[in-house]
Design a protein around this ligand. Structure first.
Ligand code: MLT
Length: 310
């Protein structure tokens, strides 16, 4: 009689390493968040939580790999707000993000910064806007590809100010940052998990933060909203998803492990140094992410449709 075997198999989860796929290059902002969380989850799950980076097309390529993975809890996706834009921006995709992914929980909401190469002439955001409408028109702007949050920020900037940018796509803003520091591109709008240390080291020039209020680790950087771009706001909320069909006990086990990781003092301290905070435990749950994801899919579909993008 083999009746006990399936229950046993599930109780043992995880019985081998778990892979979190980050659909952007190693060393970038999402990768940084994922590695900190994975370290803490490894301690809790008693199995290695590995990171795999599959960058390109704003993250839609790597996310597609997770959409098609076996829903057994061993392949997960960690990404951000961009996941809610893929349906609108890539209608040809073989998966619908709103249906292909099953929520595990929210992770953190990361502020962003508009930054330039350190020798860019304009001293502040006002001067930058004047320059972008004149001599600097068509300045180069690094992104992680169509739909990435760095790209969404650039779209909002163009919409709010009418400035023209020449978008240069990378497989993630990790490699874009290397080029910004090297002076090969002019501007980026990127998460503090990638920009805070470079700003503090004087390697890049900060022009503004994308949150309503200034942020603690960059107190001297004004908000874009208070610098002539009224209401300008975008943050990169991150989350963990599993492929749809992942057994409920596994999803709950992962959510519990995520909640534990987000109260780990080391994670809290490292996040703080990068300008962000973990979400509250009640947000690191399937229900909270379901709600956020569906409402963000609606919001971005509308915003992108209004901007002429279907
Ligand atoms: C990355 O990790 O490279 C970024 O999160 C990509 C992006 O700007 O969306």
């Amino acid at each position: 009689v083999a009746f006990a075997a399936p229950a046993f198999a599930q109780d043992a989860y995880p019985s081998k390493p778990v892979t979190i796929l980050v659909p952007a290059a190693a060393g970038g902002p999402s990768d940084t968040v994922a590695r900190l969380v994975a370290e803490a989850m490894t301690r809790d799950l008693g199995q290695q939580v590995l990171i795999e980076n599959v960058g390109g097309a704003g993250g839609s390529l790597g996310a597609g790999q997770v959409a098609q993975a076996t829903p057994d809890g061993y392949t997960l996706l960690l990404y951000h707000v961009a996941t809610s834009t893929f349906g609108a921006l890539y209608p040809e995709l073989a998966y619908k993000p709103g249906e292909a992914f099953s929520s595990v929980g929210l992770v953190t909401d990361v502020p962003m910064t508009l930054v330039g190469r350190k020798d860019l002439e304009p001293a502040d955001i006002g001067a930058l806007m004047t320059w972008l409408k004149g001599d600097g028109a068509g300045a180069t702007f690094g992104t992680a590809g169509v739909g990435a949050v760095s790209d969404l920020c650039g779209r909002l900037l163009t919409e709010a100010s009418g400035v023209e940018l020449t978008v240069v796509p990378y497989k993630g803003t990790g490699p874009a940052m290397t080029d910004l520091v090297g002076g090969q591109i002019d501007l980026m709008c990127d998460q503090t998990t990638n920009t805070a240390n470079q700003i503090k080291a004087g390697e890049i020039k900060p022009y503004g933060v994308t949150t309503k209020e200034p942020i603690a680790i960059l107190p001297d950087v004004p908000t874009l909203a208070s610098s002539g771009l009224d209401g300008f706001e975008i943050t990169a909320w991150h989350a963990i998803w599993a492929p749809t069909g992942t057994p409920e006990p596994i999803r709950q086990r992962l959510s519990a492990s995520l909640q534990k990781a987000l109260t780990d003092p080391v994670v809290i301290e490292r996040f703080a140094g990068l300008g962000t905070v973990p979400v509250a435990a009640a947000q690191a749950t399937p229900a909270a992410l379901d709600e956020r994801f569906q409402s963000e899919i609606e919001r971005w579909s509308k915003l992108l449709a209004d901007a002429g993008e279907k």
